[in-house]
Design a binder for this molecule. Structure first.
Ligand SMILES: O=C([O-])CC(=O)C(=O)O
Ligand SMILES: [Mg+2]
Length: 600
């Protein structure tokens, strides 16, 4: 096994380097390392402890992010063991909120070391789209063993979180999302492809910044954008048939435009529209169940009327119609919106953007509310949903009013803007101002809150799409639906609400504890696959058989039985999820079998 010479020897050396302090004695001998490395021979657990200690010793979150990014280049295996085994601490570093800070600084912290092959993503400029086949060929040549990617997360950096147009710096988002795909959904890291469409930026600061890494020009017009994006997507779907594309953080119009153009043609979804909608719906279902008033008595005030907010509200309407039998007109009348000009009404005097018309109020008579405060007094909401990216828009007086106005029902307050610097309020504020009664979900991660009087620790719900996109993606990658339908996404939202444990429910939580996210995601993926099979859209016949074997027992039809069918699928989903290798011996066997140990 240890003979030297040629690429075999190189491969063994690489394995040796990758195992680091875990390198077995005979490998050290064979590689002539006697005297060159410390004596201690460790297992992976020890390495993980040391890495975690080093990580935690960094004082700023950005330093922690950089540490993780470097670790990822050095050992995929160690990186993911750290993420998986310390998810609660590490997720906010590699993902939101720190990833936002990392994107803002992307051009400054870009590493000097060459990234490991698996972390290579695609940076595609407008010029590159003219020779897209070469770009894909180049990517292929970097891939070990020529395995095709099974998922791409793609952005053009034009609307990164709530931070705006960051251009190429937005690459941190597809990278971070895919790291969560591996940790949460067990996708193989070697088969994940982050892509940024570097078509320029309209942010002058970057155009003027000598260290900006992207294309130094303004963004193209719509026609050029759609043609160029179409060239890239067409090539990706052609070259990697069966690959899932997740659209991420495109400016709102393009997000909807791309989704409309591709959703019926290929396996794709938009995380900010469908993923965010799904996770909010899941949390909302749980909140409505716990609020203490009938669903149809909810009065829901949305703050921020971008198309994402409106899209989310429409999903809530569908839910109220389908699950609570409320007629659509009545369900729609349970919603109010506030934008920068105040409450959205049909007679406000301005021309409403197309997407706002559906929810514009017609029953306000002469009343117009110019501010959120006025609208709250007028609507007397039971639920306040923030998608405004306005920091502290839910001021303490507004939160206190939500408490006073809802003496019997528990107020629902969802500050969903992201990252923390854009959040409408914090968990601590919402708890304090509502006598700890709030049913809370935020877009960013907030710390736990200890109730001063009782010492009870309250855990904030994180209505972040990380609860669902990994499951939608995993489900898609496994059963390969011809397309991803709203009803498949709806099945995931319902399964998410259904995934709360007895204790979580008793504590008034709206989402399962983050530590359980991998297990929960497997269940959600199973619900997705089951629904895809039921809709006749799953192309992997393997799943059709498994789902049908579960259905053949004569169980009742209908959405409520999805969970039951899904359980039969769950075992198979779990079996197929990737996990980092825990034993050094196994790792060496795997690494020796691959051309490129960087990938494991
Ligand atoms: O990345 C996140 O944390 C959630 C998300 O998709 C966004 O805010 O665009
Ligand atoms: Mg996003």
């Amino acid at each position: 096994m240890m003979e030297a010479g040629g690429s075999r020897r190189n491969s063994i050396e690489l394995v040796g380097v990758k195992t680091g302090t875990a390198m077995p004695a005979e490998m050290r001998e064979a590689l002539h390392l006697r005297g060159l490395v410390p004596a201690g021979i460790e297992d992976f657990g020890k390495q993980e402890m040391r890495a975690f200690k080093q990580l935690m010793s960094k004082t700023s979150n950005l330093e922690k992010y950089e540490f993780m990014a470097t670790l990822r280049c050095m050992s995929v295996n160690l990186f993911f063991r750290l993420v998986l085994n310390h998810f609660k601490e590490v997720a906010p570093i590699i993902y939101t909120p720190t990833v936002g800070e990392a994107c803002l600084n992307y051009s400054y912290i870009y590493p000097f070391i060459h990234p490991s092959k698996t972390s290579v993503g695609l940076f595609i400029t407008l010029r590159d789209t003219e020779c897209i086949d070469t770009v894909i060929e180049n990517y292929r040549n970097t891939m070990a063993q020529q395995i095709d990617p099974e998922i791409a997360v793609i952005t053009d950096g034009s609307r990164i979180l709530g931070l705006g147009d960051l251009g190429v710096n937005g690459m941190g988002i597809p990278v971070g999302k895919l790291q969560l795909y591996v940790a949460i959904a067990g996708l193989n890291p070697a088969r994940c492809l982050p892509i940024v469409l570097d078509f320029g930026t309209n942010t002058q600061k970057y155009l003027d910044d000598p260290l900006y890494l992207g294309t130094r020009e303004r963004r193209p017009d719509d026609e050029t954008f759609y043609a160029a994006a179409g060239t890239v997507l067409g090539a990706l779907f052609r070259e990697f048939p069966g690959m899932l594309v997740q659209f991420e953080d495109f400016s709102t119009d393009h997000a909807f435009g791309l989704l409309d153009r591709w959703r019926n043609k290929a396996m794709c979804f938009n995380d900010d529209i469908q993923g965010t909608g799904c996770v909010i719906l899941g949390g909302f279902i749980s909140a409505v169940e716990q609020a203490g008033i009938p669903a149809r008595d909810q009065r829901i005030l949305f703050v921020g009327a971008g198309s994402a907010g409106v899209g989310v509200a429409k999903q809530l309407v569908d839910y109220l119609v389908i699950e609570h039998g409320i007629p659509e007109d009545e369900a729609r009348a349970m919603f109010w919106f506030v934008d920068s000009r105040g409450m959205i009404t049909a007679n406000r005097g301005d021309r409403l953007a197309e997407h706002k018309v559906y929810f514009a109020r017609h029953d306000n008579g002469d009343t117009q509310c110019a501010t959120l405060e006025d609208t709250v007094e007028y609507v007397r909401p039971t639920a306040l949903i923030g998608m405004s990216t306005i920091y502290k828009a839910f001021s303490e007086p507004i939160l206190a009013r939500m408490d006073e106005m809802n003496p019997t029902a528990r107020p629902i307050i969802f500050p969903l803007s992201n990252p923390e610097t854009k959040a409408e309020c914090t968990f601590e504020e919402a708890m304090r101002c509502t006598g700890n009664r709030v049913l809370f979900a935020s877009g960013t991660a907030f710390p736990d809150y200890t109730v001063p009087e009782t010492g009870e620790v309250k855990v904030p719900g994180q209505g972040n799409n990380m609860y669902v996109f990994p499951a939608i993606g995993l489900g898609s990658v496994l059963c390969k639906p011809e397309r991803i339908t709203d009803t498949m996404v709806f099945a995931v939202a319902k399964a998410l609400a259904g995934s709360l444990s007895e204790q979580e429910r008793a504590r008034g939580e709206l989402y399962p504890r983050i530590e359980r996210i991998r297990e929960v995601s497997a269940g959600l993926a199973a619900a997705f696959i089951t629904q895809a099979v039921r809709e006749g859209l799953a192309k992997e016949t393997h799943w059709i058989e498994i789902v049908e074997s579960g259905m053949s027992g004569g169980e009742p039809d209908g959405a409520a039985s999805i969970g039951k069918y899904a359980r039969r699928v769950l075992g198979e989903v779990k079996r197929l999820m990737w996990a980092p290798t825990a034993s050094v011996e196994q790792y060496i066997v795997e690494a020796a079998a691959t051309e490129n140990p960087d990938d494991i």
